[in-house]
Write a protein that binds this ligand. Structure first.
Ligand code: CA
Length: 223
């Protein structure tokens, strides 16, 4: 799992980075809002862990920026601000969890594991949703036990949708982040999606007209 850590405090940032690395996570640690945005413009991490009080701004701004960019990144806030208003602002602003400083590293790790389970099923190395099962390392995917023959692009699309089930992924996000710009022209994305639907069956990927696609945890009749 790739984690982007935004924390300006040197001692705390270093301790958190070491704890994450000991768990086997890959960590990019930045200390300024601007550096976090630069990092997020590259490859999106699987999880963003962010402080709120930063030398060049406020962590809430980063969550707002992510929303505006339609970049679906699970986020966990670390902050000394423990007021209810502040926590609600963070959670309503798109964060998935909020941990008040000071905290025990063990609790942070436990919450990160819970988020990974909730968002991805990543701790088992497998992504699953109803009858679908994906193993990213081996690029194997099955539906109801049947092995799927997917192209690399189809596999990446399916993994992205599964990782962020129940969240709408915009066309722009899928084209830029998942298909890495190769879909810039015409309807490459739609072709991949309809091919995926043929292979995995109906009721998994739903079109949100004018916006993008969503993978539903619950089966739905319409697309
Ligand atoms: Ca700070």
């Amino acid at each position: 799992m790739n984690i982007l850590l935004l924390e300006d405090d040197l001692d705390l940032g270093d301790a958190v980075r070491l704890a994450f690395e000991a768990e086997g996570y890959r960590v990019v640690w930045v200390r300024r809002l601007a550096d976090a945005i630069a990092a997020l413009r590259g490859v999106l991490p699987d999880l963003l862990v962010l402080d709120l009080g930063l030398p060049d701004g406020d962590g809430h701004e980063l969550l707002a920026w992510l929303k505006q960019e339609s970049a679906a990144v699970p986020a966990l806030i670390l902050s000394a601000r423990d007021g209810l208003d502040e926590r609600l602002r963070g959670l309503d602003g798109g964060a998935d969890d909020y941990l008040v400083k000071p905290f025990a590293l063990q609790e942070l790790l436990s919450r990160v594991r819970a988020l990974a389970r909730r968002s991805y099923g990543l701790d088992s190395g497998q992504l699953s949703l109803r009858g679908l099962l994906l193993h990213e390392a081996s690029m194997r995917a099955t539906v109801d036990g049947r092995l799927l023959e997917l192209s690399p692009s189809e596999f990446r699309l399916l993994a992205a949708l599964l990782k962020r089930a129940d969240r709408v992924l915009t066309r722009r996000f899928l084209e830029d982040q998942v298909l890495a710009g190769s879909a810039a022209e015409s309807n490459v994305l739609d072709v991949h999606i309809s091919s995926l639907r043929r292979k995995i069956g109906d009721g998994y990927i739903r079109t949100i007209r004018g916006l993008g696609y969503v993978m539903d945890r619950q089966s739905v009749a319409t697309r």
